[in-house]
Design a protein around this ligand. Structure first.
Ligand SMILES: N[C@@H](CCC(=O)N[C@@H](CS)C(=O)NCC(=O)O)C(=O)O
Length: 200
């Protein structure tokens, strides 16, 4: 299999952490691409033109990190990153949804700032996305006890989102009012899968 990624992409990082935590690194070749340059042929791999994308050996390509992560996790039945007990399942999916919502908002802000001169940027749009980040992180902090227990896809998604804040929005002092999440992230960041995928 081939996993297309960019070292700075938090969505791709989720997939790269997943393949390490699922212990299937030997099944996957990681290929770095620069999606914004629209590399030749990349739209044939994924119509979205985004990272991550996964070229499978046993079926059609996959795109969207949420799908790729679940597929990669399914490759090792010994390690269960998607808990199945009813509330545990919803809690895991809710964590993924909140973490991806944070990423969508942050990437939206970044794109707005990169693509538009300051005077052309929509302050209203940026403020809306900032509120999304703030509220989602508050929710995660309130429910931080749900992050205890065996490694899960929800934990991976949240860690990738927090890592992205530190990487691209280092002025965001998210730890200040979220001491429990901060402590959890510090411990989670010690995992080899996290150290091995630090964004560049
Ligand atoms: N919803 C997608 C988002 C992926 C995404 O936006 N990736 C960015 C890099 S962080 C990208 O490839 N952007 C290129 C583009 O939007 O054309 C996912 O979860 O995989």
């Amino acid at each position: 299999m081939k996993l297309y990624h960019a070292a700075a992409s938090p969505y791709a990082r989720k997939a790269r952490i997943t393949l390490r935590e699922a212990n299937i690194l030997e099944l996957v070749e990681e290929i770095e691409v620069a999606p914004w340059t629209d590399p030749k042929g990349y739209r044939d791999i994924t119509p979205l033109g985004k990272v991550p994308a996964l070229a499978r050996d046993d079926g059609p390509n996959l795109f969207q990190s949420v799908v790729i992560c679940e597929y990669l996790a399914s490759k090792n039945s010994q390690i269960n990153l998607y808990p199945i007990g009813s509330e545990l399942r919803w809690s895991n999916l809710r964590q993924i949804a909140a973490a991806d919502g944070v990423l969508d908002a942050l990437v939206g802000i970044r794109v707005e700032k990169l693509f538009h001169e300051t005077e052309m940027q929509s302050k209203e749009f940026i403020q809306r996305q900032e509120l999304t980040v703030l509220k989602s992180l508050d929710l995660i902090e309130e429910n931080v006890m749900e992050l205890e227990g065996p490694i899960s896809a929800g934990q991976i998604a949240i860690a990738a989102s927090l890592g992205y804040i530190d990487f691209r929005f280092s002025e965001n002092n998210w730890r200040m009012s979220r001491p429990n999440l901060s402590k959890w992230f510090e411990a989670f960041s010690q995992r080899d899968s996290m150290k091995d995928t630090v964004p560049e």
